[in-house]
Write a protein that binds this ligand. Structure first.
Ligand code: SF4
Length: 142
């Protein structure tokens, strides 16, 4: 909890994560935005991923709060309250679209990263090799 009463939601990951997974165009970590918007711990004023990995322990995420409170969560990127509200609206829009896609049975073969397909054994099921053109971007900067 921040000194101004806001809550920062933190998820722990042992793999390499990126702040883009939360704030990027494609929501690769939708659970944190979901908790921030609809979770019982409110007011959510920031989200972060604690990357717990040998030699690479770090917090990544964003936090909207005043400068004093933000000092308690320094590793997170500070944003102002207007940016925080814009981010929440983006999350809401993407999550609602995702829910609508699931509810309508839409299941495009559209992995967020090409790398995940290398270790997947479901190629015959999703028929990704029959999908024309590049299907997924290769993950770059973290
Ligand atoms: S091979 Fe198909 S099912 Fe497996 S990760 Fe890629 S798109 Fe998804």
């Amino acid at each position: 909890m921040l000194t101004d009463g806001g809550i920062v939601l933190i998820d722990y990951k042992t793999g390499v994560v990126s702040v883009k997974d939360i704030v990027g165009e494609t929501l690769l970590e939708p659970q944190l935005p979901l908790y921030a918007l609809y979770g019982k711990h409110q007011p959510a004023m920031g989200v972060g991923i604690a990357q717990v990995r040998a030699g690479e322990c770090i917090f990544k995420g964003v936090c909207a709060t005043d400068a004093d409170a933000h000092n308690t969560v320094k590793p997170l990127k500070g944003i102002n309250s207007e940016e925080w509200e814009e981010l929440r609206e983006q999350w809401r829009s993407r999550l609602e679209q995702l829910a609508a896609d699931i509810a309508s049975g839409r299941a495009d073969v559209k992995p967020a990263q090409a790398q995940v397909c290398q270790f997947c054994e479901l190629h015959p099921l999703c028929r990704i090799k029959d999908t024309p053109g590049p299907v997924a971007p290769v993950r770059e900067e973290l």
